[in-house]
Structure formats: C-alpha cells, structure tokens
Design a protein. Structure first.
Lengths: 147, 147
DNA sequence: CATTGACTTAAAGTTAGCTATAAGTCTTAT
DNA sequence: ATAAGACTTATAGCTAACTTTAAGTCAATG
C-alpha cells in the first residue's frame, strides 16, 4: 500500500508541509519518488514517522532525531546505539513525568486553596491557616511554595 | 526579607533578563522599586513567581498567565474565576500525563525491540515475530504503531 | 574618589519548528 | 484537451520565549 504526501499527512494528522520540512531536514532519507519527482509513502514510512513522532514527544529535537534516522540507515551494526538511545529517552521521560507530577501537586494545592477561599468569601482564610489546620497532603506542598 | 533581581533570579534558577521580560510583559504589576528605579523583590513575589512557573509548566502561555495575574490583582471578587482556571489547568495536565504515558509505552516497546534484536544480532528477529511470540504487553503497542 | 560589578532601558537578535507564498508541473475527470 | 486540484521547489515569514547588546546609572569597596 502506498500514499501521496497529502494522504500520509492526513493519516498522521499533520500538514503536508510538515512532511516536506522533515524530508528537507534529512529525517526521511529513505523516501522514494516517482519518475516525475512525486514522493511515494509506504506503510514502512508510516511506521518510522510514528517513531519520529514518539521521539519528538520525548522532547528530542529534529536534528537529534536525524542522527537516530542515520543509525537506522546503518542497519544491524547500530542496534546497540539505538537501544542506548531509547534507554536515554526512557530516563528523560521519567524525569518529565516526575516534573509533571510536581506541577500537578501544586495545581491540586491551588484548587484546594481557592475552594477554601470560595467557601469563606476571602483568600484571607486559607492564607492565615496554620499547618495543622491544613489537609495533611497540602502541608508539604505549601511549604515548598514558600521555601 | 527582600532581594535584588540577581538574587531572586538565583533563587528561582532563571536569568535576570527573564524576570525583566516577565515584568515587561505585565506579569509583575505588583513590583516595587527603590527611588532610583531598582526592583525590590519580596517573599510574596517569590511565591507568585513559583505559581507563574507552575502555570508555565502546565503549558500556559505568557499572555494567558498575565490574565491570571490580572485576576489576582482584582482580589477576592475573582476567586471563582481563579478556581475555574486551576481546574482547567488540572484537566489539561491530566491529558498531558496520558499523552506522556502513551509515549512511554512506545519507548518501552522500542527498548524491548532492540533488546531482542541485540540478543539475535539482527532486527529481523523481532520484526518477523508473530503476535503470540511477543510479550503480552507489547502486542497492543506494536499493533497501534502499524495501524 | 575612582573602580568594580550589579542594576536600568530600549531595541535588536536568536532558536525551533513550522507555515505560507510564488511559480511552476503533474494527474485525473469530464 | 482542458480545467481542477495535488504535487514540486526555493525562499520568506511567523511565533513564543527568551537573550544579547548598547549605553548608561547606581552602590559598595579600597
């Protein structure tokens, strides 16, 4: 099964110009073309574009994704390097998830803070609460916001 | 306790120019200055800068954070609007966490894929595995990458 | 009292990742 | 065979969030 750039863009939910940009940046060195120069996308191209999307979602830059594609083009001799790369992305993702959880803790604190302020009609009430008037799980978070 | 822009920047682990930029963009309308025009940062400014950092971490843009700051400046009459805002940030964060988990699933699949390829010396081995040769938790993920 | 280093502003420059434009070619349907 | 719509390239433009630069002022030290 093959696709035009417009069909592949639709399948991936990106603009055709994005795929041309990726090609120009060297992310798609495996692309085939018709005699007249039109790109032919295959199912294997779809799979690698999904991986490109995944790597982007881990925070990787286009120029570093290009290096990964270069490894792929080298074939089996780069298996170790590619495994290493994905292990690093995994570690990076774990950090991002921890950061996001910290952000969530702060947002949860602020939700509690404004719920309490809403009931009282003023932020003075949550502001003046002592540590043991606070819900237990809010104490560490408030302390960190002030530290 | 008060701080210069350099001291506050260090406490927050950002560049002083970033704090000037935030001020210029209207994120710090509460800033006080010395007679000669030098910014004086207080502990309360530190707290609100932490909240600005938190909102940025939820993916909010500077111009939208500015609107939140405007609400804060209105005082108690904007409590409802601020509660609503943090509830929206919470929903947004939950979506981001789900997306990150999907990315993590794909990265985990690729780690398994290259570990298997490494043992075999070639990617042909994981590539040619049928669904029931795959670890159970890898099946749905591989299927999604190909769909 | 002069030097050093931190502060001030306004404005220009940077970076990533697209996105749009112009001018032209290819493909398909009538 | 011609018109519509998708494709091509190269190049310019865009946006967000800083970051740097230039030119100058302020505050603390020897």
């Amino acid at each position: 099964m093959t696709y035009s750039i417009g069909e592949m863009a639709k399948k991936l939910n990106v603009a055709p110009s994005t795929l041309r940009y990726y090609d120009k940046e060297g992310l798609l060195p495996f692309m085939e073309r018709t005699e007249s120069g039109i790109r032919i996308f295959k199912d294997s191209d779809y799979e690698i574009l999904k991986i490109i999307h995944c790597l982007k979602a881990t925070g990787m830059q286009i120029k570093d994704i290009k290096e990964f594609i270069n490894l792929v083009m080298k074939g089996d001799e780069s298996i170790d390097a590619r495994l290493e790369l994905f292990r690093k992305r995994k570690a990076e993702l774990e950090k991002q998830m921890a950061d996001l959880q910290e952000t969530m803790d702060t947002v949860n604190f602020k939700c509690w803070y404004y719920e309490t302020a809403k009931k009282a009609g003023t932020t003075d009430v949550p502001d003046s609460m002592t540590d043991n008037e606070l819900p237990e799980d809010m104490r560490k978070i408030r302390a960190k916001l002030k530290k």
